[in-house]
Ligand binder design. Structure first.
Ligand code: SF4
Length: 477
């Protein structure tokens, strides 16, 4: 085994509470404090012996805390995103100021789609990687000359050079388990997602999604539009190992883009998890048949995170969601009948949005009535078809994607529907969904049954109201 460089994997500090690390699909500060695990960084970290993973926002670390780490490392690998790129570039400069010999690389979807532009915009960065960067980073950490490492662009004599493309990983069992890195470097209690039990652990069992939704970042950039998967045994053994590492964890979340896309495999994993007796949840498209839902439920599935996106069939067609509303309704009924909870996600401002479709979507959500929901603004990330469409059609009315405190901005506007109206529709949506007797009783009942939930929900309620007030204030000119 080669001697590895002393390698720091870093999700850099940016805005307080910014959930934009190497595991967040929508990089933004959210309505209630939440943090996804930095799984995209944990994967290469698990391939580099002796490395360290630092996830600054959940740990509450500032630049003053992380900059001195540069002294003890030879290589720093930062996961960056469109909203946080400028911040991350400044952190790279600060690290280099502490240790000028430090080699700095950026990974993530944002640099994967524009490698040379990223190098030009971040002078302290020595290399940026493309997709499938796990083994790219491992080779860099092993000390291979950058020119010989496939899948990156690097700075040489003032200009950028690009190496050969890295082959797509097919044997996904080559990806290491991440839970040992979580155990070594993270504190699971610091990770919250409002609709998941706490503490939770999330990880990936595969990469990519076969759907082609135009707004969706990962499949179009770092994941690919095929679902490549780890074997059932590899996944179940990692969860069995995780249970020994984290006896306090109450729920496991499979954050694959669409875990339910390969149904026989999902059922086989479920049966393995059922034997372990764990509670788990996953992402799903609203098209899982009842017989599969039943197998998953019988083997510990608690909740599905479902991207409904819109209640307008035309908008779903516009963004190539590949789902029919009647199917989504039937799926939701089936899941409810089986006692599976649903966290539904919606996006306001997708192409084709009008005042009428906003109303249709809110009515759809009230009608299918997921247990909880999240409403986001359409975010045209570079590298997505939505970004190209928005640019070509002149819909990009503003930038950047987040405001000065890391909260999502409304950047898409249409001749018939301005971005401010789209921005306002998010709050209207939340109010109409949550401020109903049915929802208030449901949440109140949950709080009455469990004092830990009571404390958590009260805190989240305060967070939510503050967040909305801040949002309104930010909207004012
Ligand atoms: S189905 Fe979900 S994960 Fe797959 S491309 Fe569409 S939005 Fe993305």
């Amino acid at each position: 085994m080669p001697d590895f460089l002393r390698t720091l994997f870093l999700h850099a500090p940016s805005w307080e509470g910014f959930d934009g690390g190497a595991g967040a699909r929508y990089q933004a500060r959210r309505e209630v404090r939440s943090f996804w695990y930095p799984t995209w960084l944990a994967q290469p970290a698990a391939l580099v012996p002796g490395s360290r993973l630092v996830d600054a926002p959940p740990a509450g670390l500032t630049l003053a805390d992380v900059a001195p780490l540069a002294r003890d490392h030879d290589l720093a690998v930062l996961h960056t995103s469109a909203p946080s790129f400028a911040h991350d570039a400044r952190v790279a400069e600060a690290l280099k100021a502490v240790n000028p010999r430090l080699r700095v690389g950026f990974v993530g979807a944002h640099v994967a789609v524009a490698r040379e532009a990223a190098l030009a915009a971040a002078p302290a960065v020595d290399f940026v990687t493309g997709a499938e960067f796990d083994f790219t980073v491992q080779e860099v950490a092993a000390g291979r000359p950058l020119a010989e490492v496939a899948g990156l662009s690097f700075r040489v004599n003032g200009h950028a050079e690009r190496t050969a493309e890295r082959a797509v990983l097919e044997d996904m069992d080559r990806l290491p388990w991440v839970v040992d890195v979580y155990k070594r470097d993270l504190e699971v209690e610091r990770y919250f997602i409002g609709y998941l039990l706490h503490p939770y652990v999330s990880l990936y069992t595969g990469r990519g999604c076969r759907s082609r939704c135009t707004f969706c970042l990962w499949p179009q950039t770092v994941g690919g539009q095929r679902y490549r998967t780890r074997s059932v045994e590899h996944v179940v053994e990692e969860i069995a190992h995780a249970r020994r590492l984290f006896p306090q964890v109450r729920e496991y979340f499979f954050d694959d883009d669409t875990f339910t896309d390969d149904r026989p495999r999902a059922e086989a994993i479920a049966r393995g998890l059922g034997r372990l007796g764990v509670t788990w949840s996953c992402n799903a498209k609203a098209d899982v048949p009842p017989e599969t839902l039943r197998v998953l439920r019988d083997n510990g599935l608690r909740l599905l995170l479902v991207g409904y996106e819109s209640g307008s069939q035309q908008i779903l067609n516009n963004v190539r969601k590949g789902i029919r509303l009647d199917r989504a309704r039937a799926f939701t009924r089936d899941a409810r009948a089986l006692g599976i909870k649903i966290h539904g996600t919606f996006i306001m401002g997708l192409p084709g949005e009008t005042r009428e479709t906003i109303e249709e979507t809110i009515r759809f959500a009230l009608d299918v009535d997921p247990d909880t929901l999240q409403v986001s603004l359409a975010a045209p990330y570079p590298g997505t078809a939505l970004f190209e469409e928005a640019r070509a059609r002149g819909w990009l009315e503003a930038e950047p994607l987040v405001d000065g405190s890391g909260v999502q901005s409304s950047v898409l506007g249409y001749p018939h529907l301005g971005r401010t109206e789209i921005f306002d529709s998010v709050e209207a949506f939340y109010r109409r969904f949550y401020f109903r007797p049915r929802k208030i009783f449901a949440i109140g009942g949950e709080m009455a049954r469990d004092p830990a939930v009571l404390r958590r929900r009260l805190g989240e309620g305060v967070d939510f109201l503050r967040f909305m007030a801040r949002r309104r204030a930010a909207r004012r000119p």
